[in-house]
Write a protein that binds this ligand. Structure first.
Ligand SMILES: [Ca+2]
Length: 350
């Protein structure tokens, strides 16, 4: 910045001097504008504009400006001194989903401009079980769908004040707002269970909550209830767990937390959501009477009068022996084994 003192004089004399400050020379760039990020599959395209003048309204030579491009929210530098105002890269997520955005800083030998952040895009198609979502991490909230089904303009949000997901108190008399997970891969043949950590703002009723799942992120799709509505009326976080549930077709599903019941002026907070897979043991409490196993001194003796095909596995599922003899024995190290026939399974110990 330069200060100029200007005075005007003519034959009649001098006018009072005027001081002005002006920037002269090459200026520090302003923050870039119009930052747009689009994703096509795993390929991300970023474009932006450099303002024509610098932070002091001085001259900026776009040819001399480079850009620091940082992947967010991981804060990884993608380019340190990139030339140009469009950038593309292909990035894949190995598993799960995450948001991606970029921060861009214009750099010059006369100083660096301010950082500008792009919009975000979502990488990945679905979550895999086990799911353990930290809902205090704001970057996870955009993966969820918040549905204001009673159209009262309040619903589930990420609260920057509370640093977690919050269901705001309703303007209507009852609550009807879903918080629905991104797509989750579920397999037929297993039991699943969802749990969510919930609390009220105070030891006062905030809302009722129920859980359900379906195949789409809509209220209409949430047809399979897995937890009946309960009132959330405690300031201390408690974990609410659904019933075990399973599906008959392997695929992508959505699981929902439904704020329902009468409304309240107290906020409802959700800060962790888990989905676990439970092995469907398929282990019968007892074998049919005709197949018996007795263990003695490292040897298992099997009686099989109907001469069914009987298989013995270790706990890793490795087949150790199979026989359809009416009686046979197998010598194995101490441990737990599985005896299986005609779809029946039983554990036995040696
Ligand atoms: Ca609402």
């Amino acid at each position: 910045m330069y200060r100029f003192t200007i005075s005007v004089r003519n034959d009649a004399g001098s006018a009072p001097a005027v001081n002005i400050e002006r920037f002269v020379g090459v200026d520090t760039p302003r923050a870039v504008t119009d930052v747009t990020l689009t994703a096509n599959g795993n390929t991300m395209s970023l474009t932006w504009k450099l303002p024509e003048t610098g932070i002091h309204n001085g001259y900026v030579d776009p040819e001399q400006i480079t850009y620091r491009i940082v992947r967010q929210p991981d804060n990884e530098t993608a380019q340190e001194a990139y030339a140009g105002t469009s950038f593309q890269e292909t990035q894949s997520v190995e598993e799960g989903m995450q948001i991606r955005y970029y921060s861009i800083t214009p750099l010059s030998e006369y100083g660096d401009g301010e950082v500008t952040e792009s919009n975000f895009v979502i990488l990945g198609e679905s979550l895999s079980v086990p799911v353990d979502e930290d809902l205090t991490d704001w970057t996870r909230f955009p993966l969820f769908s918040a549905l204001d089904c009673n159209n009262d303009r309040t619903t589930w949000i990420y609260s920057l004040e509370a640093n977690t997901i919050r269901y705001d108190w309703a303007y209507s008399e009852t609550n009807n707002d879903w918080l629905i997970t991104p797509s989750v891969k579920l397999e037929a043949g297993y039991d699943y269970q969802m749990s969510c950590d919930l609390r009220s703002e105070d030891d006062q009723y905030a809302a009722e909550v129920e859980m359900a799942f379906g195949t789409d992120a809509t209220a209409e799709a949430m047809t399979n209830n897995i937890m009946q509505a309960v009132a959330i009326d405690h300031a201390q976080t408690k974990t609410y767990t659904s019933a075990l549930f399973n599906i008959t077709t392997t695929g992508l599903y959505r699981l929902g937390i439904h704020a329902c019941g009468k409304s309240s002026i107290y906020y409802l907070y959700a800060d962790r959501l888990r989905i676990e897979k439970k092995e469907q043991s398929g282990i019968d409490a007892q074998l049919p009477k005709d197949v018996q196993v007795t263990a003695d001194n490292g040897t298992a003796y099997i009686t099989n009068p109907e001469q069914r095909l009987v298989r013995i596995y270790d706990l890793n599922g490795i087949l150790l022996h199979e026989s359809s003899q009416s009686s046979f024995s197998i010598r194995v190290p101490q441990g737990i084994y599985l005896l299986q026939y005609d779809g029946h399974v039983q554990k036995f110990c040696l």
